[in-house]
Design a protein around this ligand. Structure first.
Ligand code: C2E
Ligand code: MG
Ligand code: MG
Ligand code: MG
Length: 296
């Protein structure tokens, strides 16, 4: 108890409070400068077709290379980025960067590589989101079919009428719309059918809980079946064990993503990562460059 510790205890307590306040003010200041100092990076995590374990695309994931703390994950700064009103400008940079990377890959002969990017609610709700994305695609001369936009169901449901309109615009352009983190929060398969989304991503927590009881397995299996009925491809994220990989493949889940298969890495580390996958990649001829819904 602070009082019992007397004046000295209070001083220590007071100092540590001051220390914390100072540190979080400093952290916010660092974050405010991060864009200008080029400290944001995108790392890329491969996705694989479940049947053949053939590479089917990548997801771009934001990282902040802090000068003192090292490489930070979104959970360490995304909320602060939103609160401090910087999510939108950083999100613009992400879209530009993603299209730039698609162009770099095309120049390296990888014009079959596709990339998914996460959109925050604030970013999706910008009036100019469609122009922003289509301008970036034009600027780097990227075919829209190489781009997937991931947004969560809760983002899409905030203003359903508007979401349907904008997502239809994206879909008409040839961009793939993907519903991320499915199975967390407010999940409703029926509202999904109103959205022009071609992909459903099952959240990693749902994958993790799968083995806890047989009922969970049946639920995941039902989600996959219903998604297929709605002509959606299904991606399971957070695959960490062989058992999860096995179960989801047997259930007909089309694509898998997770540490078991490959971790997110900076672009320059991708060639080495792909050369050293713990499983064989199909030869070029037998490779499915783009996993499409294969019916059931
Ligand atoms: P998400 O879009 O659902 O991305 C999947 C997250 O799971 C990533 O975390 C990825 O690194 C992690 N992950 C992949 N495989 C595994 C696995 O086997 N096990 C576990 N435990 N985790 C795995 P990350 O990179 O920390 O990103 C977290 C979230 O931050 C993302 O979740 C996404 O919602 C958000 N985010 C990331 N990049 C961006 C961005 O550029 N813009 C926006 N708006 N949000 C982003
Ligand atoms: Mg995602
Ligand atoms: Mg997700
Ligand atoms: Mg998420």
């Amino acid at each position: 108890n602070i009082k019992q510790q007397g004046r000295n205890g209070w001083a220590i307590y007071h100092d540590s409070m001051m220390q914390k306040a100072w540190e979080s003010a400093r952290f916010l200041q660092d974050l405010t400068q991060a864009m200008a100092l080029n400290q944001f990076e995108l790392w890329y995590q491969p996705k694989f077709n479940a049947q053949q374990l053939a590479l089917s695309g990548f997801e771009a994931l934001l990282r902040w290379r802090h000068p003192v703390k090292g490489v930070l994950l979104p959970e360490q700064f995304l909320e602060l980025l939103e609160k401090s009103g910087q999510m939108v400008p950083v999100g613009r940079w992400v879209i530009d960067q993603v299209c730039r990377q698609l162009q770099v890959w095309a120049e390296q002969g990888r014009d079959d590589w596709t990339l998914s990017v996460n959109l925050s609610t604030a970013q999706f709700e910008q009036d100019d989101i469609f122009d922003l994305v289509s301008d970036a695609l034009n600027r780097y001369r990227i075919s829209p079919v190489r781009l997937t936009l991931e947004l969560t169901e809760s983002t899409a449901l905030r203003n359903l009428a508007r979401s349907i309109e904008i997502l239809n615009d994206f879909a008409r352009l040839g961009i793939t719309v993907s519903i991320d983190d499915f199975g967390t929060g407010y999940s409703n398969l029926l509202t999904l059918k109103n959205l022009p989304a071609r992909e459903l991503k099952i959240d990693k927590r749902v994958v993790k809980e799968m083995r806890e009881n047989g009922k969970n397995i049946k639920i995941v299996s039902a989600i996959i079946d219903i998604a297929h009925t709605m002509n959606m491809n299904v991606v399971a994220e957070g695959i960490e064990t062989l058992e999860q990989k096995q179960l989801l493949t047997e259930m007909g889940c089309g694509q898998l993503q997770g540490y078991l298969l490959a971790r997110p890495v900076p672009a320059q580390e991708l060639p080495a990562l792909l050369d050293n996958l713990p499983f064989r990649q199909p030869e070029r001829g037998e490779r499915h460059t783009r996993t499409r819904f294969q019916g059931k």
